[in-house]
Design a protein around this ligand. Structure first.
Ligand SMILES: Nc1ncnc2c1ncn2[C@@H]1O[C@H](COP(=O)(O)OP(=O)(O)O)[C@@H](O)[C@H]1O
Ligand SMILES: [Mg+2]
Length: 249
């Protein structure tokens, strides 16, 4: 079982879109995948048609029931542990809890042997939920929105990953950053590519660029995954390539 976090404290960079697409593609290749929605905005859950779940990740984190009980089947190999906005209470209520950085990590242990991948969606902040994700994960990938100001955020998330490695989870591996909503017609994006390579190291910028693709936007508004909604779209093709890269890292 491999635990992967998709993180960036900037909102709107494509974390949730990535978690949904990558997880579905892995599941279609025969892997059993559990997605966990760790953003109180619950975009991942809602985008897959789970609006008012009875069992949620916050229920698990607050020790109300076991993690297996909160697993919801999206299809045969694809599972989701959803959340609702009440997950936001976690940050406040656990503020003084000893070991608060390890709560998710300890809960996920019960999934060992039951799936091939656990993929964690992160909220747009570097608060306790993101720290819990990075503490539980073995690898982390960082999507970057291909526009100028997204690079300030990149610096911060890299710093947080380093700190988590130093103090909380020495086994965490930064496995790469990748561009999302990439428009190769724009000159700016080429300069950005160079800047990112300088920041993360040449080999840490993944080769796949996720293009701007409207199907990626439409699918979740219909409660559908990208392969279900538009299997031949650029979005589906790009995420297949990205997933291949992730598998081979
Ligand atoms: N490659 C893309 N092409 C077009 N729209 C995209 C793409 N990636 C993400 N989006 C859209 O951009 C918005 C933000 O993406 P999202 O995955 O929710 O970001 P985050 O989880 O980082 O906040 C959503 O409306 C999503 O549908
Ligand atoms: Mg999101």
């Amino acid at each position: 079982m491999e635990i992967i976090a998709i993180s960036n404290q900037k909102g709107g960079v494509g974390k949730t879109t990535s978690v949904s697409a990558i997880s579905e593609i892995l599941s279609k290749s025969g892997k059993k995948v559990v997605m966990i929605d760790l953003d109180p905005q619950a975009n991942l859950s809602k985008g897959l048609g789970i609006e008012k779940p009875e069992y949620t990740i916050q229920g698990v984190l607050f020790d109300e029931y076991g993690i297996e009980e909160a697993v919801e089947a999206i299809n045969d190999n694809l599972l989701l542990i959803p959340c609702t906005k009440a997950l936001a209470n976690f940050e406040i209520e656990m503020l003084n809890e000893i070991g608060r950085e390890y709560i998710l990590k300890n809960k996920i242990k019960a999934l060992e042997g039951q799936c091939d991948y656990v993929i964690l969606d992160s909220p747009p902040s570097l608060g306790l939920l993101t720290i819990n994700a990075l503490s539980a994960a073995e690898s982390v990938y960082v999507p970057i929105h291909a526009q100028k100001y997204s690079l300030d955020g990149l610096h911060e998330v890299l710093e947080t990953i380093d700190k988590v490695k130093e103090f909380i989870n020495p086994g965490l591996k930064f496995k790469g950053a990748y561009f999302n909503q990439y428009d190769q017609r724009k000159l700016l994006t080429r300069a950005l590519t160079e800047e990112v390579k300088e920041m993360v190291g040449e080999e840490m910028l993944l080769n796949t660029f996720i293009r701007v693709n409207v199907a990626l936007q439409e699918a979740p508004t219909l409660g559908k995954s990208i392969l279900e909604y538009a299997p031949e779209s650029n979005g589906a093709v790009d995420f297949k390539n990205l997933t291949d890269e992730i598998i081979s890292r």
